[in-house]
Design a binder for this molecule. Structure first.
Ligand SMILES: [Zn+2]
Length: 279
């Protein structure tokens, strides 16, 4: 009898400790980040999450907050041409889509060069051209605010792309944020993603479950792109180090990308903006 009482007491204590852990768990840190970095297995999104979970608040200011880890959302009014809920930069008569930008003077020369490399990486094989702002009303204002984030598509007027130095100044991160500014959501947010990947809900850090919601946008009739720079990694937001996204029908597929755009990412740009392939 005493033994049973003792056992009950011990299990109650363990339960209480567990509950306390859940309720008062310290700030989440990216589990297994170091190991994956050593293995060379990180994605641009892993870099972004690391920077944002440490630096970026979930609310950028009183009118904007972050969705899906790094997409700034505000309640502002839209007046642009929009397609499938995303507003597009306009195409010039010469067939190019010019995106005017202003680069903060707070970046060093080396950092500015890195950001420009990101722009060139998007321009190669696509109809997008980044041009320093002269008189344009609509432009992206690239600055080292807290974390790495961007608004989705064109907003009209000045819109911030935050690339904090040095954490966000990696090619994959820079191109990822520019892709958001051009109007692309994360690849695994596609509404047909369940045909291609399994979301392992129990393994996801519970405070960030919403970052795995689907987004009703156009797939542009392009194949699901496992290696998109816009794809979360296999362990993104893992609570315990277990995978949060598993590709269906294959063990050999790598999710995401750390360096730059995939071939399909470039096709996506040309299709969304109705440009010819420029290879
Ligand atoms: Zn993103």
């Amino acid at each position: 009898m005493e033994r049973i009482v003792l056992l009950c007491l011990v299990s109650t204590c363990l339960l209480a400790v567990h509950a306390q852990k859940l309720l008062f768990s310290p700030k989440w840190v990216p589990v297994g980040y170091k190991e994956r970095e050593v293995r060379g297995d990180l994605t641009a999104m892993d870099e972004i999450i690391k920077a944002n979970e440490i630096h970026a608040p979930q609310f950028i200011d009183s009118a904007s907050s972050l969705r899906d880890g790094d997409i700034a959302v505000s309640t502002g009014r839209r007046s642009k041409v929009c397609f499938a809920r995303i507003c597009l930069w306009s195409k010039s008569v010469d067939g190019f889509v010019y995106v005017a930008y202003r680069l903060s003077p707070n970046y060093t020369e080396l950092e500015s060069r890195m950001i420009k490399r990101g722009m060139e990486s998007i321009e190669r094989g696509t109809c997008v051209r980044f041009v320093p702002r002269t008189h344009q009303e609509d432009f992206i204002d690239i600055k080292p605010k807290s974390g790495c984030w961007s608004y989705l598509g064109i907003r009209g007027g000045r819109q911030t792309v935050s690339l904090q130095n040095p954490d966000c100044l990696r090619l994959g991160v820079i191109t990822h944020e520019f892709m958001h500014a051009l109007g692309f959501v994360h690849e695994q947010s596609r509404f047909d993603r369940d045909k291609y990947v399994t979301i392992m809900w129990p393994n996801i850090w519970r405070d960030r479950l919403r970052n795995f919601e689907k987004f009703r946008t156009d797939t542009l009739d392009l194949p699901y792109d496992y290696s998109s720079v816009m794809h979360f990694g296999m362990y993104t937001y893992s609570q315990s180090g277990e995978p949060t996204i598993i590709p269906k029908n294959s063990n050999n597929i790598r999710l995401g990308q750390v360096t730059s755009l995939s071939k399909i990412d470039k096709l996506k740009i040309n299709k969304l903006y109705d440009c010819d392939d420029m290879d």
